[in-house]
Structures are given as C-alpha cells and as structure tokens.
Design a protein around this ligand. Structure first.
Ligand SMILES: [Mn+2]
Length: 350
C-alpha cells in the first residue's frame, strides 16, 4: 500500500495538473495543507485545492465538471469516504488518475489501474476512526521526505477528529510536553472549526490559507482571531444556561431556546451535555429567521436522541429529525416551537 502511495506521488510530472479535494472539517483541511506543503518541497504545486461543502462525502456531479473543465490530470482526495459511491470515481478515471487517502469505513475497493485507495485500516491495526487523515497523510509523506516540521498541523487535525487519546505521545512530542504549547494547538483547532461554523466553505478555505501560511500554531490563532467572537458567544450561553433555559431535575432534561448570532447550537449542546448536565438530556433549540434548528444530546446512551428527535418532530410541516443515540438534530418551522416543546415534555412523562 505504501509502495502504491510512493508510486503515485513520484509519477506526478511537471506537466500534470493536480487537484486536491478535502473534507469540510478540521481533519480534512489539515490533511490537505500537509499534502500541499509536502508536495511543495518536491516542487509540485496543485492548481486547484477545494472542498465540496459539508455533507458531501462522495464526489458530486459538479466536482466532476469542475475537474474536467480545469483539465485536471491527477487528483488527491483526502478524508472523504468517496468509496461509498464508486460511480463518480469511474467517471473521473476517464480523464485523471486518483489517490484517495482516508480513514472512514471501507464500503468498496476503488483500487484500479487509475485509482489508488489507501485507508488507515490497510496499513495499521489502530482503530480507523482514530487514525485520522491528517495523521495518515503525515505518516505517508514522512516515507518520502522529512516533513516533521509539519507535525503540528497533523496534531490540529487529530484534535479535530477526537484522536487525542490514541495519539497522546505524538501530541506530547509536538508540544514538547509544554501545557502552554498544547493549549495553543487546541485553540488553533477551535478557531478552524469556528471558521467553518460561521462562514461555511468560505470559512474553511480561510482556515486553509491560515494554516498554509503559518509557521507555528500561534500564527494560526493570530490569522483566525476574528473567529474568537464565536467562542465568546458560546461561553456566554454556557455560563448563563440556568437563566436562558430550564432544567427538569426529575426527568433529567435541560431545555433552552436561543437566538445566537452564529450557528453555535451543536457546540453549546456538546459542552452542556458533557459538563454541566453530564448524563442528562440537553435540547438546544436555535431560532433562525424562518426555521428553528435543534440539537439534542445525551451522552449516557440510556435515552436515544435519534428516537426522541424522530418522535418529537413527527406531524409538523417541513420538519425532520434524527441522528445517533447520543447525538441527534432536526429542524422545524419557527411557529411550531411551542408545540415541539410540549412534545418533548410529553416524551419524558411517558
Ligand atoms: Mn477525518
């Protein structure tokens, strides 16, 4: 597998037009920065680096058109489970060669004459959800060049993909066991994630530039400091949760409605459900212009947030809800918020 990676990289010629596609999150953007900077050391410069936007984990029709229009001949795809839909990959193979580096569950083997697919489960026993793309691509490029000066970018991706337990000693070495340096890595990850939360694709592209031009994690914090306002808003809601919401002790339910400036409901519910209301159910309803979007959390695993959200959004117009056992989400019309709240209370009184 590693040999196939080396082959792909060594076969990139001067006349090739290279594109990099990455997942719209911290791990995705960090892995693409590591790839682009490593290639730069080999005098290879991609002509097109982009993300398809959140929610697109396979290659879209629009992407195929863009790649063809730009006469792309080689493509590196990072942190995307593109193997869950092989059809677009086959279409791209007609005009380009593809390298996929990813750590999501394998659903199809894309390896062919034109495509190389490397998943962390192919090269390691480590839990693939932990062996994130930014660590994987870092380890792969290390086989070719000494890119150890990019280790901190890999560390930010690891933090973003919740891999800190598995890579504790790696993070310690990056931060030279200095808690202050470690703190800056976490701060950089936070701002990358907030950039995405506030400005979507544009934000993550800004984060790409910030990471690419940075020499140290502090530079990233400096480059993205405008997103610090998001953190302030999150902290305000978390600190004042008792005032803005209500906690029903008997059933262990915290419920609140917020109208924030930024899209922060998931982050607020994550913090509340792991700290202040650990083991309890947390429902954060975010009042947007026309809709209300909802984030439901219960980290104990005892009450399914998927069932709760499915049941409580049922019967409303233009509504949807569902997700996983510990975390789910949904959306309803603003005028239905009152009725939705009653349904939630009924759910717990059964
Ligand atoms: Mn990832």
């Amino acid at each position: 597998m590693i040999k196939k990676f080396l082959e792909f990289i060594q076969n990139i010629k001067k006349e090739d037009r290279l594109a990099i596609i990455y997942h719209t999150d911290a791990d995705g953007v960090c892995s693409s920065v590591i790839a682009a900077k490593s290639l730069e050391l080999m005098s290879i410069k991609p002509v097109f680096v982009f993300t398809q936007g959140a929610g697109n984990i396979t290659i879209t029709e629009k992407t195929i058109k863009q790649l063809a229009k730009k006469n792309i001949t080689k493509i590196i795809i990072l942190d995307l489970a593109v193997d869950s839909d092989p059809k677009p990959i086959k279409k791209i193979e007609e005009f380009a060669e593809i390298l996929v580096v990813d750590h999501h569950i394998i659903s199809n083997d894309l390896n062919s004459k034109r495509t190389t697919m490397i998943k962390s489960q192919n090269i390691s026993e480590i839990d693939p959800s932990q062996y994130c793309a930014s660590k994987l691509i870092y380890d792969l490029f290390l086989q070719i060049k000494d890119i150890s000066s990019f280790n901190w970018i890999s560390a930010i991706g690891i933090i973003g993909d919740f891999g800190i337990k598995t890579w504790k000693s790696f993070l310690d070495s990056v931060a030279q066991s200095n808690p202050e340096k470690l703190k800056i890595l976490f701060e950089a990850e936070e701002l990358v994630t907030y950039a995405h939360m506030c400005d979507g694709e544009k934000g993550i592209e800004k984060a790409y530039q910030a990471l690419y031009s940075a020499k140290t994690p502090s530079d990233v914090v400096e480059n993205l400091k405008e997103y610090g306002a998001v953190r302030t808003e999150i902290e305000q809601f978390v600190e004042n949760s008792e005032k803005i919401g209500e906690f029903r002790e008997g059933v262990g339910l915290f419920y609140c409605e917020i109208a924030p400036k930024y899209n922060i409901k998931s982050k607020v519910s994550n913090i509340l459900s792991t700290k202040k209301y650990a083991g309890k159910t947390v429902i954060v309803v975010q009042l947007d212009k026309k809709k209300a979007t909802i984030s439901a959390r219960n980290q104990s695993g005892k009450i399914s947030m998927d069932s709760l959200m499915r049941e409580c959004t049922q019967g409303f117009k233009e509504a949807n809800g569902g997700g996983h056992v510990p975390a789910a989400g949904g959306a309803i019309r603003r005028e239905d918020v009152g009725a939705f709240k009653n349904k939630i209370i009924d759910f717990f009184s059964k």
